[in-house]
Design a protein around this ligand. Structure first.
Ligand code: UDP
Ligand code: MG
Length: 314
């Protein structure tokens, strides 16, 4: 099979029929493909609409979550199911255009890209979103050294191996190219894509998206640098603190002993502020070291897989 189109959706009943018609119109007869719709616990009639569409189109496969797990979870489940050689992800709200699919497919198959990310160069979103997004993308570029303008574009294309080797956990759908790079896929490109204003319904991410986006940026920064080796971060600072604190404490004690032996008057060690600072440094050092050690243990056992309850499947 050439293509898997993975579509995460949450309360998008009005958009779905149009979206499917449009995709089919672009792809029909030119590719063998499947459309995988992941209903992320919609509370409107999305699932009914999907069931009806699936009856008329046997390319459609669909998964329905028991509750709303978020876009990352929906993508992850879709990726698990996908069988095409090239996987395209797109939003269900008609903001992404299916017309881009053939070129995305060509870039992956003919030019051998691992990942092509869409770039909504001309965006039809509110100002605040365009502005913060610019800042996040700029930071993400600097930190991750992946030169994309639009990390969080819903429209992306992947080689099959890429999506089978990454786990989109938490809210990391915002930074999938980073996950791909971390998994060892280096040929990551971008393509300017058409973007439309949302036609039906409302955005599914509220104001918290700006905070979450920022926190995700921090964790991606940290994970990129130290995710696989937390000890190298915590361990360095922990050891440093421990030794500084330790040396100061030993120095104060030796000084005290030396002066006592020589019978010279000197303050008690416990009446010197420096001693308490040294103690604090030792304690923090040990804690950082422990955090690093626990981090190491966790990275050895962590997996977010198989936590999503599937309610129905077609
Ligand atoms: N979505 C989802 N689960 C969620 C939130 C969103 O599957 O919890 C889907 C949503 O239905 C849409 C896509 O993710 O297909 C992008 O969401 P939206 O259009 O609301 O985001 P925006 O365009 O505002 O960034
Ligand atoms: Mg949208």
């Amino acid at each position: 099979m050439d293509l898997s189109i993975v579509i995460p959706l949450y309360n998008e009943e009005e958009s779905l029929p149009e979206l499917i018609t449009w995709i089919k119109q672009v792809l029909n007869d030119k590719y063998t493909y499947e459309i995988i719709m992941v209903d992320d616990g919609s509370s409107d009639k999305s699932w009914n609409v999907i069931s009806n569409l699936a009856k008329q189109n046997n390319e459609i496969k669909a998964i329905r979550f028991q509750r709303n797990y978020g876009k990352s979870a929906a993508l992850f489940k879709g990726f698990e199911k996908a069988q095409g050689n090239v996987i395209i992800t797109m939003d269900a709200d008609l903001q992404d255009s299916p017309e881009e699919i053939p070129e995305l497919y060509r870039l992956i198959t003919k030019e051998d890209y691992d990942v092509i990310s869409g770039w909504k160069k001309k965006r039809y979103d509110p100002f605040i979103k365009r502005f913060t997004s610019k800042f996040y993308n700029w930071t993400a570029r600097r930190v991750t050294k992946i030169h994309l303008h639009d990390f969080n574009c819903g429209l992306k294309a992947y080689k099959k191996q890429v999506i089978k080797s990454i786990e989109v956990y938490g809210e990391m759908h915002r930074y999938i190219p980073v996950l791909a790079k971390r998994a060892g896929f280096k040929k990551i490109g971008e393509k300017v894509v058409q973007h439309q204003e949302r036609k039906y319904g409302v955005t599914k991410f509220g104001l918290e998206r700006f905070i979450n986006g920022f926190l995700d940026l921090m964790s991606i920064t940290f994970m990129t640098k130290f995710g696989r080796r937390p000890m190298h971060f915590f361990g360095v600072f922990g050891t440093l603190m421990f030794f500084i604190g330790g040396s100061v404490a030993i120095w104060l004690l030796s000084e005290k002993i030396y002066y006592s032996v020589k019978n010279i008057a000197i303050r008690d060690v416990t009446s010197q502020p420096l001693f308490y600072l040294a103690l604090v440094a030792i304690i923090i050092g040990v804690q950082l070291f422990l955090a690093g050690f626990l981090g190491e243990l966790i990275t050895r056992n962590s997996t977010d897989r198989n936590k999503y309850l599937v309610r129905e499947e077609i």
